[in-house]
Design a protein. Structure first.
Length: 766
């Protein structure tokens, strides 16, 4: 049996591997992945079969014992992958759990305070955006963690959010809650809620003031209000580690502002956030949610288990199922898995709930006044205790830790008459949703927050320590000084040779293009599909107006759905192809950077520890474009109300047929040439669709050019930085006598820097 060790630190994002006690080198396939999150490594990606398969290849053994050094919450992800592993190797997993993390942030604050007191000039420098390392620390530390709630109509989305708030704040009527985007910021120190409203230009419409549900209803009714920022308590999700923000998004098809649909799609792409996708247990698959599900599927495939974990499918209104008619939770969840599988969504996190009963239990606990109808609904608490079919937490997708936590709560509540309603509350599934969000925060958001807060400061400390030791060495060792002089000369030659490597890579970047998807073919495909749509109307030349209106309205709904699915599919195909190619280029670029830096060897000086070089050595596609990223929206053809060309029944108001011929008014009614109407509609629709496809390809071309520019900018910055470092080293060597004096005066400072580096490393070591 091979002994394999995974030493994982989520705060510093380091993953060190050992085989039979020996560390696996950085230049090996597994060792080169040392700076990636465990959850990304566990899943397959380009030229990577997944961590377990890669370990199996390295060990070449049928039995492997994996000792995991780290947090239990991450260890459970390893166990999940072992359970899903289908290879021939038998894995045995053991956990060596790390220290408690509760006090990490307060200890970090104390260290940062000590650094500020020292007033070292290197820490006072500002970057190109005018921000210093301490400003970056505060920004990351006080960052917001977003939980966005997305749903189509009639899912009970507002009721779900109200249940999370323990109060009826958002109006639950479908019509009232679709107009605005509401952000609810957690502040557990507040008793009530306050809000401020903005228009589409983010200008204040209603200044901040205390609010209630009636005021929110009024804000929704005001067409000038597009955004509502609310602050108050989100009680059941702990906020001591990170500040939570609940985002109530408008339904994708019910917004009065066209930008809202784009915002909903952009929210899906925000990596370190959670999406609650709310579905109605009684209406699975009948709502127009295809485009969103395709977008979600695409994102879930991007970054391994972390991408899957951040999408939580909440199946609401499960208490409306009729078990006596065979409508069981088991069958429902099987159907939902099959439904989602049709969009490429595998292994979804499904949580059945009754948000309505959860809200009533919590309102009653608070002493809020309930209506007669609500008191009747609250009587179902006993059913949720007595009937195992209503124990929704048993059917939810849970990690072992969350399941044990909930079982412990149920056992505790069951023994006390005063808490029987809290047992029913757990069975409603709402606490399951809250526990799952909390686990995501612990597993991903909190470590990411700490890493973002400390990385710039730690990198600078490490660089100062390295430079101080280097200066000590050349000041005290004349032979080393001479060797370094020669090494710098050779480094200059290597640096010149590195130009050709950079230029070769730039040529490859220049060739980046979309080559498997053709704009003309896509437009022709749309033309053929639309012609097929019209065939069912052949011969319908004289149809009664009432029936004709229904036929045409239904046809317009069909076209609306077709447009969304078609554009989403095309966008997805482009994204997937482009993402795959950029990943390949990214890995190649990393090898280019490594080859350039490895060729430059200067004794005692490690280029990897230069903080500014760390910013250039990109590790993810997101970081490639972060420096020149801008929010942009694709221009889409939209149809609005026209006094002379009103839509039918309010559906997709983008035209009125030009050639509707009314016959003489007789008691039999009015006949319409439906075939001509459909031809008119299709002509206009086809033109618009082709224009949209052209726009999608134009946008993709802009994105490709942005990526090319970002790659090239990084190469140029890398070359310039290496030149700058070599020039500085040359100057230092020329000032050898000055350096000797500087080393003496800086001896105490260097000792202090080493101590700070040790304190941070010890604090963040798992």
């Amino acid at each position: 049996m091979t002994d394999f060790i995974i030493d994982y630190n989520p705060y510093l994002v380091t993953c060190t591997f050992y085989k039979n006690g020996r560390k696996i080198g950085d230049k090996t396939k597994i060792g080169s992945k040392a700076n990636q999150r465990l959850q990304i490594l566990l899943s397959p990606s380009t030229n990577w079969e997944g961590l377990l398969s890669e370990i199996a290849k390295v060990c070449n053994d049928t039995q492997i014992r994996i000792t995991f050094k780290g947090r239990k919450i991450d260890f459970e992800d390893l166990l999940y992958s072992v359970d899903k592993y289908s290879g021939e190797v038998k894995f045995e997993c053991v956990l060596e759990e790390g220290k408690n993390e509760t006090a990490i942030m307060s200890e970090l604050d104390a260290i940062i305070t000590d650094i500020k007191k020292k007033k070292l000039p290197q820490f006072e420098e500002l970057d190109s955006s005018g921000r210093g390392v301490f400003g970056a620390y505060e920004e990351a530390k006080n960052g917001i963690f977003e939980v966005s709630v997305i749903a189509t109509m009639s899912s009970g989305k507002s009721t779900l959010i109200n249940s999370l708030l323990h109060t009826e704040l958002l109006p639950s009527e479908n019509k009232a809650c679709t107009a605005t985007i509401a952000r609810i910021f957690d502040n557990d120190q507040m008793d009530g809620y306050e809000a401020e409203c903005y228009d589409a230009s983010k200008e204040v419409v209603y200044p901040r003031s205390p609010i209630n549900s009636e005021m929110i209803r009024a804000y929704n009714a005001d067409e000038s209000v597009q955004y509502i920022d609310i602050e108050g308590s989100i009680p059941s999700i702990p906020s001591n580690k990170i500040r939570l923000c609940l985002i109530d998004t408008p339904g994708p098809n019910n917004s009065r502002n066209e930008n809202h649909e784009r915002l909903t799609r952009s929210i899906i792409k925000r990596t370190n956030s959670v999406i609650l996708y709310v579905m109605n247990a009684t209406q699975i698959g009948i709502n127009d949610d295809h485009q969103l599900l395709y977008d979600i599927s695409n994102e879930m495939k991007r970054a391994g288990k972390q991408s899957r974990d951040r999408f939580i499918f909440v199946i609401n209104k499960c208490d409306a199922l009729d078990e006596e008619k065979g409508e069981t939770i088991d069958k429902l969840l099987r159907d939902i898995r099959e439904y989602l599988k049709g969009f490429g969504i595998e292994d979804p996190t499904l949580i059945p709930t009754s948000a309505r009963l959860a809200l009533l239990i919590r309102k009653n606990r608070k002493g809020d006044k309930l209506s007669r109808k609500e008191r009747i609904e609250l009587d179902s608490v006993e059913d949720f205790i007595d009937s195992e079919l209503l124990h929704f937490e048993k059917y939810a997708t849970l990690t072992p830790s969350v399941r044990v936590q909930l079982e412990r709560q149920i056992s505790e509540y069951h023994t006390d008459e005063d808490t029987y309603d809290l047992e029913a509350l757990v069975h409603t599934g709402l606490p399951v949703v809250e526990a799952t969000i909390s686990e995501y925060i612990d597993k991903y958001a909190y470590p990411i927050k700490i890493n973002d807060a400390i990385k710039n400061i730690l990198n600078l400390i490490t660089e100062l320590n390295m430079k101080g030791r280097f200066e000590q060495s050349i000041a005290s060792d004349s032979e080393l000084l001479e060797r370094v002089r020669e090494q710098i000369k050779r480094a200059r030659v290597k640096r010149t040779q590195g130009d050709s490597i950079s230029q070769d890579f730039k040529k490859k970047i220049k060739m980046l293009k979309l080559d498997t998807i053709d704009q003309g073919e896509e437009q022709f495909k749309v033309e053929m599909e639309l012609q097929a749509f019209s065939k069912e109307f052949d011969g319908k030349e004289r149809v009664d107006k009432i029936i004709a209106d229904q036929l045409i309205a239904e046809f317009q709904r069909k076209l609306n759905g077709y447009q969304k699915i078609c554009e989403s599919r095309l966008q997805r195909d482009i994204d997937e192809q482009f993402f795959l190619r950029c990943n390949e280029l990214l890995e190649e670029y990393s090898r280019v950077v490594s080859s350039i830096l490895e060729d430059i060897e200067i004794e005692g000086f490690d280029f990897e520890k230069v903080s500014s070089l760390g910013e250039i050595k990109i590790t993810s596609i997101d970081e490639i474009v972060r420096s020149n990223q801008q929010d942009r929206y694709r221009e889409e053809t939209r149809w609005k109300d026209n006094p002379e060309r009103a839509g039918f029944l309010g559906f997709f108001k983008f035209w009125k047929p030009r050639r509707i011929s009314y016959t003489e008014s007789v008691k039999d009614g009015v006949d319409i040439n439906v075939r001509n109407v459909i031809v008119d509609i299709l002509a206009e629709f086809s033109y618009a669709m082709k224009a949209n496809i052209a726009q999608i390809f134009a946008q993709a071309e802009q994105q490709i050019n942005a990526y090319k520019q970002a790659f090239n900018d990084n190469i140029d910055r890398l070359d310039a930085k290496i030149d700058e470092i070599l020039h500085q080293l040359e100057q230092d060597i020329l000032r050898s006598e000055e350096i000797k004096q500087k080393v003496k005066s800086d001896e105490e400072t260097l000792k202090w820097i080493s101590d700070i580096e040790r304190r941070i490393s010890t604090l963040l070591s798992v």
